[in-house]
Design a protein around this ligand. Structure first.
Ligand code: FAD
Length: 112
């Protein structure tokens, strides 16, 4: 493998690196080499499981603007060839718990 075989090299296969590689391959027909030091690609999009059926996100757990036709969704569909399936958020998608205060993050602009 020689660096001359590639138009660009990306260090790290998180969403940023993979998005760049996909966009440049599609729009410019670039050959992009993505280098990753972890045994799994994806950076903070990983999940992992433990015995007993427990599953955790290491980072990303929800993303806005992914409704049909929205700008973020159109961009993501372009980058992934529509390969990522999106589900709706629950009505309460996050709860921030402090010693004297609890804040619920609710779906929809008005509720939020
Ligand atoms: C706990 C947590 C929760 C989050 N929740 C959300 C959320 O709900 N919604 C949302 O939109 N965003 C969320 N984020 C933010 C989002 O996950 C990140 O902004 C995004 O994933 C960053 O992508 P990235 O490509 O910049 O980097 P990363 O995903 O960090 O990827 C970097 C990659 O580079 C690799 N790397 C680093 N150094 C080298 C090297 N020298 N050689 C080779 N490989 C290397 C790493 O192993 C990694 O795979 C969250 C982040 C965290 C930490």
């Amino acid at each position: 493998m020689s660096h001359r075989e590639f138009d660009a090299m990306v260090i790290g296969s998180g969403m940023g690196g993979l998005a760049f590689a996909s966009i440049m391959a599609k729009l410019r027909r670039w050959r992009v080499l993505v280098l990753e030091r972890h045994f799994k690609i994806g950076g903070f999009t990983h999940t992992f499981t433990r015995p007993g059926g427990w599953s955790w996100d290491v980072g990303l757990h929800y993303v806005g603007e992914m409704g049909e036709g929205m700008r973020g969704r159109r961009l993501f569909d372009f980058i992934t060839d529509g390969g990522v399936k999106w589900g709706p958020m629950p009505d309460v998608y996050d709860v921030f718990v402090y010693p004297t205060l609890q804040v619920r993050a609710c779906k929809g602009e008005a509720n939020l």
